[in-house]
Design a protein around this ligand. Structure first.
Ligand code: GAL
Length: 376
């Protein structure tokens, strides 16, 4: 089954935009393996917009740009598969993609067949140039149907930015993940805006179809296509933690050929990835802190009975992050406490009862795995 847990991989858009070619994609695939990202679950290598010619061929098929992809998409997909990775590509529900390459409108079945022949495993499907008089849900249903019948398992990654109330219909249309936000930029304001815009959409995310709050900017440091300011390592940590707790697909957006140690330690945090990939597939709910309404606690029920707890300081001041266990269903009289392990520092904090508080710098987070234990 596709997307039992949130999909993981890499996508070309955040760093490379228009500037993509087969050598780059092969080097990225090599780095995914060499860096151990593949073994951690990052499996899809996705080419975003700008890979095709501006016109279809005489049979109405999409044609890869021969200057960027001289060996063609089948050869590239074979290479990616030979590394034990999966191959993703991009198209659009409208007549053109966002960068004005041909879209799949009225070519859904031929395009799905073409993608299957190329060995595609993942299709990101955008929403630009959609005719106003056609209901968007019909276009996603149509491509979902084409993919389901193309003879290959292809993950359907819908990208209509949460427009047209898509949370109410995208899952049933057949998507395995759906973009519930506009585009991310490499800066703190964008991360905060996206994260807070998702409060209330938690229950639309679950196994086989996840809310996608856009690709990661971790490790970009203001370089590349969506680089608009850059972030500190602390902000990247918070960004990654929130994406893990919100069950977002984890699609890396930086240049994995050149990651520094901080970037590696964030993207390769196994215990955080385990929170994201927990088989129960539940998105976290949120609780506000007493002392500062801009401190949000994310609480994620996990399959083995543990809970993930992520406290984020979205404010501009150093502050207490105070979690009352009452707010998560655990009053003192219940006779239980929570044994906390900090997933960024590895520190064991012992059994806490009633409440727990830590001090957080602006934009920082603290992440715990909590085990329910009886207290005498
Ligand atoms: C946007 C989409 C981005 C990227 C871009 C390519 O609509 O949200 O993630 O795919 O198009 O042009």
């Amino acid at each position: 089954m596709i997307a039992k847990t949130p999909p993981m991989g890499w996508n070309s858009w955040n760093t490379f935009g228009y500037d993509i070619n087969e050598t780059l994609i092969k080097e990225i695939a090599d780095a995914m393996v060499a860096e151990g990202l593949k073994d951690l679950g990052y499996e899809y290598v996705v080419i975003d917009d700008c890979w095709s010619m501006r016109k279809r061929d005489a049979q109405g098929r999409l044609v890869p740009d021969p200057e960027k992809f001289p060996s063609g998409m089948k050869a590239l997909s074979d290479y990616i598969h030979s590394k034990g990775l999966k191959f993703g590509i991009y198209s659009c529900a409208g007549s053109l993609t966002c960068q004005r390459f041909p879209g799949s409108l009225d070519h859904e079945f031929v395009d799905a067949k073409t993608f299957a022949e190329w060995g595609v495993d993942f299709l990101k499907y955008d929403y630009c140039y959609k005719p106003k008089d056609i209901d968007g849900r019909l276009l996603y249903r149509r491509m979902a149907m084409a993919l389901r019948n193309c003879g290959r398992d292809i993950l359907f990654s819908a990208c209509n930015w949460g427009y047209d109330e898509s949370h109410t219909w995208m899952r049933s249309a057949g998507a395995h993940m759906w973009r519930s936000t506009g585009d991310i930029q490499d800066n703190w304001e964008s991360i905060k805006k996206i994260a807070l815009s998702q409060l209330g959409k938690e229950c639309y995310s679950g196994p086989y179809c996840y809310n996608d709050i856009d690709m990661l900017v971790v490790g970009m440091y203001n370089k590349g296509n969506v680089a608009l300011g850059g972030c500190t390592d602390e902000e990247y940590k918070t960004h990654f933690s929130v994406w893990c707790f919100m069950n977002s697909p984890l699609m890396i957006g930086c240049d994995v050929r050149n990651m520094n140690e901080a970037t590696k330690s964030i993207l390769k945090n196994k215990e955080l990835i385990a929170i994201n990939q927990d088989p129960e597939g539940r998105q976290a709910y949120t609780v506000n802190s007493w002392h500062n309404s801009e401190v949000v606690h994310y609480i994620k029920p996990l399959a083995n009975g543990d809970y993930g707890i992520c406290s984020v300081n979205y404010s501009e001041r150093r502050t207490w992050a105070h979690l009352e266990f009452w707010d998560i269903g655990l009053p003192t009289m219940a006779g239980y406490g929570l044994e906390l392990r900090n997933l960024w520092t590895g520190e064991n904090l012992g059994v806490q009862t009633e409440s727990f508080a830590s001090v957080l710098e602006p934009h920082a987070c603290a992440v715990y795995r909590a085990k329910l234990v009886p207290v005498k």
